[in-house]
Ligand binder design. Structure first.
Ligand code: NAD
Length: 493
């Protein structure tokens, strides 16, 4: 176990000495053992987290269950007032939180800062939606009136990934707490510290036990222990399709509500009348932030053949100008991949594509920096042309900074090609002809669609996928529905 090597983030954001990262019943504690948290750019140890196991998981469940009656009994406005104070605190600490996020995840500081602000906006949206969890009164029938009441779904387990460790957690916490359900949060083992820092700010506004946090390097053990308890009424998971499906299919004594936000394989389609200037800007944003490690990152770029040469030329120039390095270094636009397993997958996809005839226009290799401190898993931002559907990259999520280009011709059904995947999270279309864009919006089998827009993930829009990308929605007016139960009340008079 190493000592923190950097002091680049404000240690006061964390609740005490290294390793004190478990929140149970309102108290920050530690476990018998701790695990190291690494800077993925340098592989240096930057902190330590408590390694929760089954007993800590059971204690967190008890705390959440014990807090449930009191929390659901608070007026929705009272809950919202507490949580609005938490939103303000997160905004007030945005810079420090962003530095911590950048160090722990590797993304450039500006992206990390954007994530913290987006997470605060998502928390705020969820908080307000809790005040709008309306029921209704039905018109009279022969024997009386009917009421539809909403009630909280009950104590919830929230499982979040490392790629957006702050915003994913804040979005789920906002919806669950605002609707009246206490939380057991289980952040990803690669990025526990920023999760601890934001939950610390939220917890300061809450009664003990309403929010509990389990950091662990043994996610299956902890998640199983929590899910074994039937009093946990809801699981919301963001992460890989493989783990998400295993949670959804897990046998148990009682059926519970499970929301899943999983992998993606996003197509972007550039029609012949697209404005190339803004399309290039949008594609850079839809592909390269977070080194391509985003569930809504473009994985398949379909370009009308008439535009391929011009568009790839412009993209190549922009991609070549990206600067790899550590997220807190000024001017760096692209950080490392989270680990060497992620890098191996990117290398496998590029090697397979090249072996099957793809051309590398920019990048194509693992990046070997001059700075010996940068020992992380870096890959050059890469543009591939002459790509076809027989390549691995055409059917698997790459989760790295590689943009493969597939030409399409007049009269070809490019929407059908875009839909030809087991995933269905995000899709993008670029063009001007209204009828063609409308047809794409109607026919694309994806939960989130950007039309000339690389930023479809907004608090006020429902976010979630079709097919193996998930079930349920977060955000929009739909988001709260996953956190309330409906009761039908029949009244005879
Ligand atoms: P992952 O599934 O390995 O981890 C996600 C979470 O699940 C982490 O908290 C992890 O600790 C936990 N986990 C891991 N194994 C587990 C197990 N056996 N039982 C219970 N919990 C377990 O995913 P990852 O590789 O860290 O994240 C990348 C994936 O997440 C990508 O596929 C990406 O597309 C997806 N993602 C989806 C969204 C979305 O909103 N749809 C957002 C971000 C990331």
């Amino acid at each position: 176990m190493g000592q923190p090597a950097t002091a680049e983030f404000d240690a006061d954001l964390l609740p005490g000495e290294p390793g004190r990262t478990l929140l149970v019943a309102g108290k920050w504690t530690t476990a018998e053992t701790t695990f190291d948290v690494l800077d993925p750019a340098t592989l240096e140890v930057v902190g330590r987290a408590a390694d929760a196991g089954e007993s800590e998981a059971r204690a967190a469940v008890e705390a959440a269950v014990a807090a449930y009656d009191g929390w659901r009994a608070e007026a929705a406005e009272a809950r919202a007032t507490r949580l609005r104070a938490a939103v303000d605190a997160i905004r007030a600490h945005a810079e420090g939180l962003a530095r911590l996020l950048s160090v722990e995840n590797g993304k450039p500081y500006a992206e990390a800062y954007g994530e913290i602000l987006r997470g605060a906006a998502m928390l705020e949206w969820g908080v307000e939606e809790g005040r709008r969890a309306y029921g209704r009164i039905t018109p009279s029938s022969a024997n009386g009136r009917g009421l539809v009441l909403t009630s909280p779904v009950g104590p919830a387990l929230l499982i979040t990934p490392w790629n957006f460790p702050a915003s994913m957690l804040l979005r789920k916490i906002g919806l669950s707490l605002a609707a009246g359900s206490p939380v057991v949060a289980k952040p990803a083992e690669q990025t526990p510290l920023v999760a601890v820092a934001v939950t610390r700010l939220i917890n300061e506004q809450l009664p003990p036990g309403v929010l509990n946090v389990l950091t662990t390097s043994r996610p299956a053990e902890v998640v199983n222990a929590v899910m074994d308890d039937p009093r946990i009424r809801k699981v919301s998971f963001t992460g890989s399709t493989e783990v998400g499906l295993s949670l959804a299919r897990r046998p148990g004594a009682v059926l519970r509500r499970v929301s899943l936000e999983m992998g993606g394989h996003s197509p972007a389609i550039v029609f012949p009348d697209a404005d190339l200037h803004s399309t290039v800007d949008n594609l850079m944003f839809a592909k390269f932030p977070n080194a391509g490690q985003s569930c809504i990152s473009v994985n398949r770029l379909f370009v009308h053949r008439s535009l391929v040469a011009e568009l790839t030329g412009r993209l190549a120039e922009r991609i070549a100008a990206l600067r790899l390095g550590r997220g807190l270094t000024a001017g760096v636009t692209t950080g490392p991949l989270i680990d060497f397993a992620g890098l191996a997958k990117v290398e496998r996809h590029v090697a397979d594509a090249v072996a099957k005839g793809a051309t590398v226009l920019v990048g194509g290799n693992r990046w070997t920096p001059d700075d010996p401190r940068l020992r992380g898993a870096f890959h050059e931002p890469t543009l591939l042309t002459d790509v076809h559907e027989g390549m691995e990259i055409a059917s698997e999520e790459t989760f790295g900074p590689v943009l493969p280009v597939y030409p399409f011709d007049d009269g070809e059904d490019v929407i059908a090609r875009a839909n030809d995947t087991t995933y269905g999270l995000a899709a993008y279309v670029f063009g001007a002809d209204f009828n063609r864009l409308w047809d794409a919006m109607e026919r694309l089998e994806f939960g989130v669609i950007g039309v000339n827009d690389a930023f479809p993930n907004r608090p006020e829009l429902p976010f979630g996928g079709f097919k193996n990308s998930g079930q349920g929605r977060e955000g929009g007016t739909e988001g709260i529905e996953d956190y309330v139960e409906t009761k039908a009340i029949a009244i005879r008079r």
